[in-house]
Design a protein around this ligand. Structure first.
Ligand SMILES: [Zn+2]
Length: 599
């Protein structure tokens, strides 16, 4: 049992040692591709028997004992053993006597690991293991029975460690070709051994001329898939295991500024998986996921975008979804990244443990700062990527390249349109709420220009009698110190000019920070002069909303405009409303009303 030391969190030594072993195997060229494709299941209640170490399933699930405490070398040995069952194709073919077959495979794997000198068996090693193939051992065991000393070389004590049925490891797409996977690992192991022997650093796939699966995938998009062709051509593929290791990229990631897609060759992806991964990263860029983040949590936003992209790619049947780091949930089909984000943000703790293509808890949308901007890129890059994908869609449709998911087409179209500026949208909001008044000339009120000609009465244009009644709206203004003064001035100036243009004579105003300050009715152009931004932290807007919704002197249908930086409480508003937010900020809840972002 882990014991709690004072001032220290409970240490999970069993887990630490286990994951240390996983880390070593992930970096081991021979085992990394197998481990990438296998599904680790270390939950309590998995398929591992209590007295076992680990079992492996036909579907590629590895189920280690969830609480057993052992040294990292022992876990390395156990995990390598289970992975080798997959890599040697031990689940292929029907075997009549599974127990004998499993024992034969265990013998073969144990001999292989003894030669490789990887890790340490947690049990007494046998001095001389029979050096024969699985088939011959199998025939021998079937004929003469399993010799007792060879009966428990597997990783599950007296039980079989290879399980055929496994309903707990869901798989998508084609089954993994485990032998091919192991083959890629072996050739990487040889290359890295040769490089190390030659005094060079292992630099797998990084040689410019080498044609790798990932580069083939990129070429395929350029040559045969018009939707993503232009984007694919704009990106380089970086396949340096050292670079990927340093950046914590277990499978893939993308940097839109430097125009690089990173693919870790240690993941051992095949050509179909590479297509999926390259398309995934290109869509992050083309759909401007980075720019659309708007103050959301970067990792959870990345997860939401991954769900959307992967759902579409599965629907489009582009390549194969790799098993690790592929967030896919058919139930989320048709939802936008924004909607998925709002869902998962309510259960952030759970979703933080998910893995993107980069790894657990880290996003595959890289943001490395301005230092990595490629010359010639920069300012117009956003525009450039929008155009790449927009043009790609046109080519795709012209060439009749098959149906695309409706949501994807919609998003690409929306991105190809220049965004409507916030003030134009706000003007539209005013038009919707305040139809033009019928005006009449009236001598009852003097013209505003009267003072220039005191002797001649000037009639004034006024609204038809009664028309101004109820022609007002409420403004709830966040005056806490975190609102930027320039942004506030811009917002208020715009509101004042639209109000005057639409004959709204007075606005019902409430200022708030930690407290509420009722300002009553004010002419729209006077708000800016009256407002005082106080340096107090904390904003509570709900009391201000309640005040206006209950106010006797404010019409029941009067709409509300809430101006805030978003660092406020969760709001319940029962009438028409809209929010004005500084660009890049976001509300801590899902707003029902429109949101205008001041730029
Ligand atoms: Zn992603």
């Amino acid at each position: 049992m882990a014991r709690k030391r004072s001032g220290d969190a409970v240490r999970d030594v069993a887990g630490e040692n286990f994951f240390a072993a996983v880390g070593v195997l992930r970096a081991h060229p021979m085992f990394a591709p197998l481990l990438t494709h296998a599904g680790l299941n270390r939950w309590v209640g998995n398929l591992c028997p209590d007295d076992g170490w680990a079992v492996v399933t036909e579907a590629g699930g590895i189920h280690p004992h969830p609480t057993r405490r052992a040294e990292p070398e022992e876990w390395m040995y156990v995990l390598a053993h289970t992975l080798l069952h997959l890599g040697f194709g031990h689940f292929e073919g029907a075997r009549e006597r599974w127990r004998e077959w499993n024992a034969a495979c265990d013998c073969f794997v144990a001999a292989f690991l003894a030669d490789l000198k990887l890790g340490r068996a947690p049990w007494e090693p046998l001095p001389d293991l029979p050096r024969r193939g699985e088939e011959r051992l199998y025939a021998h065991f079937c004929r003469d029975g399993i010799p007792p000393e060879l009966a428990s070389l597997g990783t599950s004590g007296p039980h079989p460690d290879m399980l055929r049925a496994d309903a707990r490891t869901p798989r998508f797409g084609r089954p993994v070709d485990w032998r091919a996977c192991f083959g890629r690992g072996l050739s990487m192991a040889v290359t890295s051994a040769v490089n190390v022997a030659a005094g060079r650093e292992p630099h797998l796939g990084a040689d410019a001329g080498l044609v790798t699966e990932a580069r083939r995938a990129r070429e395929w998009f350029i040559a045969s898939y018009p939707l993503l062709g232009a984007l694919a051509a704009a990106f380089d593929i970086v396949e340096d295991p050292l670079v990927c290791g340093r950046m914590g990229i277990s499978i893939a990631a993308v940097d839109a500024e430097s125009r690089e897609i990173f693919i870790n060759p240690a993941a051992g992806l095949d050509e179909h998986e590479c297509r999926f991964v390259v398309a995934h990263e290109l869509l992050h860029v083309g759909l401007r996921h980075q720019a659309r983040r708007e103050g959301r949590d970067p990792f959870l936003w990345n997860v939401a975008c991954d769900y959307v992209i992967n759902g579409w790619l599965v629907e489009m049947r582009i390549g194969d979804l790799p098993q690790v780091g592929a967030l896919y949930d058919p139930e989320l089909r048709g939802e936008s990244a924004e909607a998925i984000y709002d869902r998962i943000a309510t259960d952030a703790r759970r979703f933080r443990k998910l893995a993107t293509l980069r790894g657990v808890g880290v996003g595959d949308i890289l943001d490395r700062g301005a230092g990595h901007v490629r010359p010639g890129g920069g300012v117009d890059l956003d525009e450039f990527y929008r155009r790449c994908l927009g043009q790609g869609l046109v080519y795709h449709e012209e060439q009749g390249r098959g149906l695309l998911p409706a949501g994807l087409v919609e998003e690409i179209r929306a991105l190809s349109q220049p965004p409507i500026p916030w003030d134009v949208r706000l003007a539209q909001w005013f038009d919707d709420h305040f139809a033009p008044l019928e005006t009449v000339r009236s001598y009852a009120r003097p013209s505003r220009r009267q003072s220039s000609t005191p002797d001649i009465p000037r009639p004034r244009w006024v609204a038809a009698p009664g028309a101004e009644d109820g022609r007002t709206f409420g403004v709830v203004l966040d005056t806490s110190g975190s609102m930027d003064r320039d942004v506030l001035a811009k917002a208020l100036g715009t509101i004042a000019s639209y109000s005057i243009a639409r004959d709204v004579p007075a606005v019902r105003v409430v200022f708030c920070d930690a407290a509420t300050y009722d300002q009553g009715y004010m002419p729209p152009d006077a708000i800016a002069d009256r407002v005082q931004v106080k340096g107090r932290g904390g904003t509570i807007l709900q009391p201000a909303i309640d005040l206006l919704e209950r106010a006797e002197d404010f019409p029941k249908e009067g709409p509300l405009l809430v101006i805030t930086d978003g660092q406020c409480d969760r709001l319940r508003i029962h009438r028409e409303h809209a929010f004005l937010l500084p660009e890049g900020r976001r509300l801590p809840f899902v707003p029902r009303g429109e949101v205008f972002r001041i730029t």
